[in-house]
Design a protein around this ligand. Structure first.
Ligand code: HSE
Length: 402
């Protein structure tokens, strides 16, 4: 790869792809030639000429003159096919597909080792915040104790506008979709799956912990109402959807859940589509990183930075992952990495008490009932909350009380 002009091919020309195209055209340092862009829809009108596009993935994957393949498509399986083929062909890859990266992490890690190629993915978590490389490089030797963050722009945008502008959930979600923040399937945003994928990726780079998304609890804000916002406001709190990973003895507590945060919490101040990540280390103490977490140009800029990093042969060293594997010596699995054996204090708003049957409620601290709103604050066995993960039937709203 020459530093003068690198040859890049793109898969996908949606929100992130177009953002990358723009930032690439404004970059004064990185000189890249976009060899071809592979897209799916033949009939869509696009802002650049048809000669830039192909509809056939092998037009790109069979080329021998490429330095980098950038994958930014929505279809998870197809994205994995493309990324793995490119890597097997010896091409370095940049990806922004958090779901694909989290779900196929083990396979992708192996492909990097076997084919001696780089796969980097800064745009997949935290939007424009350079968090993955920070965890990987800056904190490579620091003993981190926890990482927690607002990692989804859409839900933070919804929560902010509901609270500050008294806007209706459905209307604001629609605005988030129109602004290009939301996923094509917004359930992934509101039910906490997008935050889950990003949290899984951050756990790899913070702690060397690889977990499958289906092993990690994610609860979302899909059932939130103004009653919850009002309750928080009366107590001087805000509700934030937070993905966290924290060291607990030899294991890690990793989950995604709405949480009440107070004014002293750095994440309290993160509004609209901004993301914020707080990293806590034994010696560095708390540090918070903030920036736009969604949108075409912010995410495009993270992808551009990855392309640029490849020009100086950057790849993740995965030092912490290698260390954890050596420590667990053949027993590297969720059972030995993930701590789910604890109770957590949560606020639960419900309509019918039957909705609480599946939960292991151990100690009710506060109870409120009225004709319109019922809630309890209770210590709940963490494992029992998995009954609500991705559960479209359940209408309860659960929020961790810190
Ligand atoms: N839907 C995602 C979000 C896009 O709202 O954060 C950026 O990953």
């Amino acid at each position: 790869m020459s530093n003068d002009k690198i040859s890049v091919a793109l898969f996908g020309f949606g929100c992130v792809g177009q953002g990358l195209y723009d930032v690439l055209n404004h970059s004064e340092v990185l000189q890249a030639n976009i060899a071809k862009i592979c897209v799916k829809d033949r009939n869509k009108e696009r802002k650049i000429g048809a000669e830039n596009f192909t509809f056939e993935k092998n037009d790109i994957l069979n080329r021998k003159d490429l330095d980098v393949v950038v994958e930014m498509i929505n279809d998870t399986k197809e994205a994995f096919e493309i990324v793995s083929t490119a890597m097997k062909n010896g091409i370095n890859v940049v990806s922004a597909s958090k779901k694909m990266l989290a779900e196929y992490f083990e396979e992708l890690y192996k492909l990097q080792e076997e084919n001696k190629v780089a796969l980097i993915y800064e745009g997949s978590a935290g939007g424009s915040i350079p968090i993955i490389r920070t965890l990987e490089e800056y904190y490579d030797n620091e003993l981190l104790s926890s990482i927690r963050g607002i990692l989804n722009g859409t839900t933070n945008y919804i929560l902010t506008r509901m609270e500050l502008e008294s806007k209706d959930y459905g209307d604001v979600l629609k605005d988030a979709q129109e602004s290009g923040f939301a996923e094509i399937d917004p359930w992934l945003d509101v039910a906490g799956f997008d935050t889950l994928y990003k949290t899984c990726l951050l756990a790899v780079h913070a702690f060397g912990v690889v977990l499958k998304p289906d092993q990690v609890l994610n609860l979302g804000i899909q059932n939130i109402s103004f009653d919850d916002i009002r309750y928080a406001r009366e107590k001087g709190l805000r509700i934030k959807l937070i993905g966290s990973a924290a060291k607990q003895g030899d294991k890690y507590r990793v989950f995604v859940m709405p949480r009440f945060v107070n004014k002293e919490d750095e994440l309290y101040k993160i509004l609209y589509e901004y993301n914020g990540v707080e990293v806590e280390g034994a010696f560095s103490c708390k540090q918070t990183f903030t920036g736009k977490g969604a949108g075409s140009h912010p995410t495009g800029s993270a992808v551009l930075s990855d392309i640029s990093a490849l020009t100086y042969r950057y790849k993740y060293a995965y030092k912490k992952l290698k260390k954890q594997r050596a420590r667990l010596n053949g027993n590297y699995n969720a059972e030995n990495l993930l701590d789910t054996d604890f109770a957590i204090k949560v606020y639960i708003r419900y309509t019918d008490k039957k909705e609480l049957d599946a939960l292991d409620i151990r100690n009710v601290v506060e109870e409120y009932r009225s004709p319109g709103v019922n809630f309890i604050i209770a210590e709940v066995g963490f494992k029992s909350l998995y009954a609500l993960k991705g559960n479209r039937e359940s209408k309860v709203f659960v929020c961790a009380v810190e």
